[in-house]
Design a protein around this ligand. Structure first.
Ligand SMILES: Nc1ncnc2c1ncn2[C@@H]1O[C@H](COP(=O)(O)OP(=O)(O)OP(=O)(O)O)[C@@H](O)[C@H]1O
Ligand SMILES: [Mg+2]
Length: 222
């Protein structure tokens, strides 16, 4: 079943030197339960594309459909839809500096359930799987880049969203932690049937997914 469909997406940025066309009519279909990898050169528009698909930004042209329903980013219900259905691992993690690792991870679940104990417990479980239990009380500025990254991944997973967009989730990790993280994502995909769209530079990851696209010259190719 088609979960996410993007049709003819166009996105340009206006710069002093003129208009920079990043996406020029991009199409994409992602089925429910699929793992999709997107690779491409730095600056090719991968983060731009994820932001559009995650409804964090608006395309200049083109449409995005979830389960066959056209999404209008300006719609008031979009925030609720996004909070419920979508998990996002940003390229730059945006952790909340005043909260510990476990509190950062627990936050989305606490906001949704108002159950602090349960949220902290679930956050600790996830952090354990990511080899981060020992660091759970550290604040973001007391964590390494790779540790922050794993916190950001746990935060995106805690509410078991239907689809997770991950922007270079293993970018700061060594081989061991990178493998552990990928195994965790694959486990979530298998057990919960969650759909993943992963931007990565690592061809190893591109090999384990169901579909691999390359973003080049403003469109996706296989
Ligand atoms: N807000 C913005 N204003 C102007 N130009 C932008 C903006 N955001 C991105 N760009 C430009 O758009 C292009 C695509 O950026 P994007 O961040 O999507 O690339 P990317 O494929 O994610 O790169 P990387 O692999 O380095 O993360 C780049 O040339 C970038 O400089
Ligand atoms: Mg990027």
């Amino acid at each position: 079943m088609c979960l996410l469909k993007a049709v003819n997406l166009k996105k340009s940025y206006i710069e002093v030197s003129g208009e920079l066309e990043v996406l020029i009519g991009l199409n994409l279909e992602v089925n429910s339960g699929e793992m999709v990898a997107i690779t491409g050169e730095s600056g090719s528009g991968k983060s731009t594309l994820l932001h559009l698909l995650g409804m964090l930004d608006k395309p200049d042209e083109g449409d995005i459909y979830y389960s066959g329903k056209k999404i209008n980013v300006q719609d008031r219900n979009v925030n609720e839809f996004r909070n419920k259905k979508i998990g996002f691992v940003f390229q730059f993690h945006y952790l909340l500096e005043d909260f510990s690792a476990e509190e950062n991870v627990a936050m989305p679940m606490f906001l949704a359930t108002k159950n602090l104990n349960k949220s902290i417990k679930e956050a600790q479980n996830l952090l354990k799987t990511l080899d981060m239990f020992e660091r759970k009380e550290h604040y973001p500025n007391q964590l390494s880049g790779g540790e922050q990254q794993r916190v950001a991944v746990a935060r995106a997973l805690i509410n078991k969203p239907e689809i997770i967009f991950a922007d270079e989730p293993t970018g700061n990790l060594d081989a061991k932690h990178s493998n552990e993280l990928m195994e965790l994502l694959i486990k979530f995909n298998k057990i919960n049937g969650q759909t993943f769209v992963i931007v990565t530079h690592e061809l190893d990851i591109a090999k384990v997914v169901n579909k691999h696209f390359i973003l080049e010259n403003g469109v996706l190719r296989v």
